[in-house]
Design a protein around this ligand. Structure first.
Ligand code: SF4
Length: 237
């Protein structure tokens, strides 16, 4: 509990990326017309969910008017809507929506996080910003000992997850070799890789449930449900 509290306190007060600090604060001050009565969060967001989770879901970053407004990851935007419908469909979320921090949402068996904790302009963090933020994911992996299935939502999250695992192995001083050739992102891809914490880790990939992907039909709800069902079965849930 103490380690979680320390980690989350560090995350919400982080100012390592000047561009993102300026952007998150500007968005919070200017607001979107439809949310003008909101008191925007305007800070980095922590992970959210079951701390004994067997499945870790890794996203990209909070949306300017989603997590950056509501203060909870995957909350209040269209990505959240799609993800929560899918998580609820497979029995990992208590409700098929994620609207605000007090909406009663409970996740069971799954923890949500991201490779970048601040809303980036155009949803595009720079490689340096992702590097700055990666230590938080490494620490979450240390704390989420039960999580042996990781679902990376999108290519950037997939690459960030592999880098976090490499860093975790380096910190633990363990020899760690991922499959050769290096795992590549593709929707529905599944890799069984050595876990630097011991044992084996199941790494699954899905397209990110962004509005762009869902509106173009690149990712349908059923495609996401299929990946999450697979994750659930791999986690013996
Ligand atoms: S993106 Fe991460 S490292 Fe950068 S300021 Fe936000 S919380 Fe800190």
């Amino acid at each position: 509990m103490k380690l979680w509290d320390e980690l989350n306190a560090e995350i919400v007060s982080c100012e390592k990326c000047p561009r993102l600090v300026a952007y998150r604060q500007r968005v919070a001050a200017e607001k979107k017309r439809e949310f003008r009565s909101w008191d925007y969060w305007g800070k980095p967001i922590t992970g959210f969910g079951d701390r004994n989770a067997k499945i870790l879901l890794v996203g990209l970053a909070p949306a300017a008017h989603g997590g950056n407004r509501t203060g909870r990851i995957f909350t209040g935007d269209s990505s959240a809507q799609t993800l929560m419908r899918a998580l609820h469909a497979v029995g990992l979320a208590s409700q098929p929506f994620s609207l605000h921090r007090d909406d009663g949402l409970k996740l069971s068996g799954v923890y949500l996080t991201a490779v970048c904790r601040c809303a980036p302009p155009e949803n595009k963090p720079t490689p340096e910003e992702i590097r700055n933020c990666l230590p938080y994911l490494v620490r979450e992996l240390e704390l989420l000992r039960e999580a042996k299935v990781v679902v990376a939502l999108g290519q950037i999250a997939f690459g960030g997850t592999l880098k976090a695992l490499e860093e975790l192995a380096r910190q633990r001083g363990v020899e760690w070799q991922i499959l050769k050739p290096r795992p590549k992102f593709a929707h529905g891809a599944h890799y069984q890789i050595p876990d630097p914490r011991g044992g084996t880790l199941q790494l699954l990939a899905s397209y990110h449930p962004s509005r762009q992907n869902t509106q173009t039909g690149r990712l349908t709800l059923q495609m996401l449900v299929d990946v999450l069902s697979r994750a659930k079965s791999l986690a013996d849930l």
